[in-house]
Design a binder for this molecule. Structure first.
Ligand code: BG6
Ligand code: MG
Length: 217
């Protein structure tokens, strides 16, 4: 049966995860507290709204709805200014090789990201047109670890969930993939992503033989 692949964006295809962290950290600092890298692991893959709720919770802050909305806008503007000028050279090492392999072998792939900025980011990386489907933060009602984003991607690819492989750098995303009944490949630290079916530090550690194995029967 035909297999398909679903890629998370931030921290998998491009190193935007660090800019999300820096922008959230600045927001916390402006409110008078700090967030750690360890806390940030819990923010990866999590929607913008839930991230802000979590951060305010850590800082023990309660704010009005208006202030909340304002902070979401400020954070996004800060984040966008940090990633402006992104281009093909910002694709994480090894990613291009895997996309090329999938394209050449007619293995369809989709994006499955929590970000509402995913489409413009893929365009600036010059890989937008290569995706068979794109599912992002604008298309879902339930955030990771809910499997919705990956299930919609599997529908759009017209490939059964159990035949989909997900690349993820976040704890929430690995859980979402598992709940969607998909094979999960963690990209990042082993101690963080231990629930994943396979874990690699980054794409340069993945041999094409491995990709071939997981996308064929
Ligand atoms: C996820 C990131 O992909 O998207 C999170 O891991 C981010 O850090 C979330 O908060 C939402 O992204 P955006 O671009 O819509 O604010
Ligand atoms: Mg991610």
């Amino acid at each position: 049966e035909q297999r398909g692949v679903i890629f998370d964006l931030d921290g998998v295809i491009v190193d935007t995860a660090k800019f999300h962290f820096l922008a959230w950290r600045k927001l916390a600092n402006d409110l008078g507290f700090d967030i750690t890298l360890e806390q940030n692991e819990q923010l990866k893959g999590v929607s913008r709204i839930h991230s802000l709720e979590q951060i305010l919770n850590w800082g023990g802050k309660s704010i009005s709805k208006e202030e909340f909305d304002r902070l979401m806008i400020t954070k996004n503007e800060d984040y966008l200014s940090r990633i402006s000028g992104m281009s093909e050279k910002d694709l994480l090492p090894g990613v291009k090789k895997v996309l090329d392999y999938l394209t050449e072998n007619n293995i369809p792939y989709s994006l499955g990201s929590a970000s509402k900025n995913a489409r413009p980011i893929l365009k600036s990386l010059n890989i937008y047109d290569r995706f068979e489907a794109i599912v992002d933060g604008n298309d879902v009602s339930k955030a990771k670890p809910d499997p919705e984003v990956f299930l919609i991607a599997s529908e759009k690819l017209k490939i059964k969930p159990e035949n989909c492989v997900v690349f993820e750098d976040s704890v929430a995303g690995v859980e979402a993939a598992k709940r969607a009944n998909m094979l999960s490949i963690g990209i990042g630290q082993e101690d963080v992503l231990r629930e994943a079916d396979h874990i690699f530090a980054d794409f340069t550690q993945i041999e094409l033989e491995f990709i071939e194995k997981i996308v064929t029967n």
